[in-house]
Write a protein that binds this ligand. Structure first.
Ligand SMILES: [Zn+2]
Length: 320
């Protein structure tokens, strides 16, 4: 049985065909024009899926279902993108439009929620029922699987852990509020924190690497690993911010595992172990309850696609 996954981004749309076990058979992407309408997006995506299938020697009728992950507020029950500041489609009936062009059912969910489902079905949390996935990128995306089900909330507007306030009156967030987890723990926040430290310590290794390699998230890690005090301070504070946001989610959901995804997770054990140590120190009942497991997410660049495939498999099989 074949399933299609669609990962909708701000500038392009990735599509794949995969097996029930999450093995990608073929994938590709196409660029979307600015101001694309829902009908155009559906028509182009459906036609791209058909082309992928044709080129891989798969008949369209072999595709059981299509899963889509899109940014923003997504009402999966209504098959609608309700709000997205990235792709600028509000109240878009994407499922209805897609199904005009395809002969199988289509399902849509928020991309971060779908990514958490993907990790629980195919990735680092395979077989586990309670998972919190935090993606540290331009923003902070969170996806929560509780008792094997995605938490999406009323109208799909829930599970926005990136906008939990961890410091009242704190740094300004892209959402308009102050002090959100995202404003401290995103990769963009790490760059701002490094800027400030560089200005304060212009003679540090951190400052010279910042000038040499450019404004990239790997620099404070490299400086800290080399024993530079300014770099170590940036990373220590950043780890504390990440753990501070995670502790709120962990105290509510107490997942079997916390997964960290996004570019920052490429720092591997060096970063994950620090976050784990801090989180386990401040979590509720830390001295008595079992330790919280923290791991790097596994699906990496395919996280969005395989999240969408997991959605297609789950929802498609439930419908069949
Ligand atoms: Zn916010």
């Amino acid at each position: 049985m074949i399933y299609a996954g669609v990962d909708v981004g701000g500038m392009s749309i990735k599509c794949c065909l995969a097996t029930e076990e999450g093995k990608i058979i073929t994938k590709g992407s196409f660029v979307t024009k600015e101001g694309i309408t829902c009908a155009e997006m559906a028509e182009q995506t459906a036609s791209y899926i058909k082309t992928l299938a044709k080129n891989a020697g798969i008949e369209e009728k072999e595709i059981v279902s299509v899963g889509m992950g899109t940014p923003g507020t997504v009402d999966g029950k209504k098959g609608m993108i309700v709000y997205s500041n990235n792709i600028k489609l509000d109240h878009a009936p994407i499922v209805k439009e897609m199904e005009k062009h395809l002969s199988c059912p289509v399902f849509v969910e928020n991309d971060a929620n779908a990514a958490a489902l993907g990790e629980a079905v195919f990735g680092a949390a395979k077989g586990l029922k309670n998972v919190v996935l935090v993606t540290l990128g331009t923003g902070v995306g969170t996806g929560i699987v509780a008792n094997g089900q995605m938490i999406t909330g009323m109208g799909g507007a829930g599970a926005e852990g990136g906008h939990m306030v961890i410091k009242m009156g704190g740094e300004k967030c892209s959402c308009g509020n102050r002090g959100c987890f995202e404003a401290y723990a995103s990769a963009s926040a790490l760059l701002k924190q490094t800027d400030k430290m560089v200005a304060r310590h212009p003679d540090s290794l951190l400052a010279s690497l910042w000038a040499e390699k450019g404004r990239v998230g790997i620099v404070p890690f490299d400086a800290a690993k080399a024993g530079d005090k300014a770099g170590e301070t940036v990373i220590r504070n950043y780890v504390n911010y990440v753990a501070q946001g995670l502790v709120g989610l962990v105290n509510i959901f107490r997942p079997d595992v916390v997964l960290i995804g996004g570019g920052i997770s490429n720092q591997g054990d060096y970063f994950i172990k620090k976050v784990s140590r801090r989180l386990n120190r401040i979590v509720y009942g830390s001295s008595i309850n079992d330790r919280v497991k923290v791991k790097a997410a596994e699906l990496k660049n395919d996280a969005g696609l395989l999240g969408a495939v997991a959605l297609a498999v789950r929802a498609g099989n439930a419908r069949a």
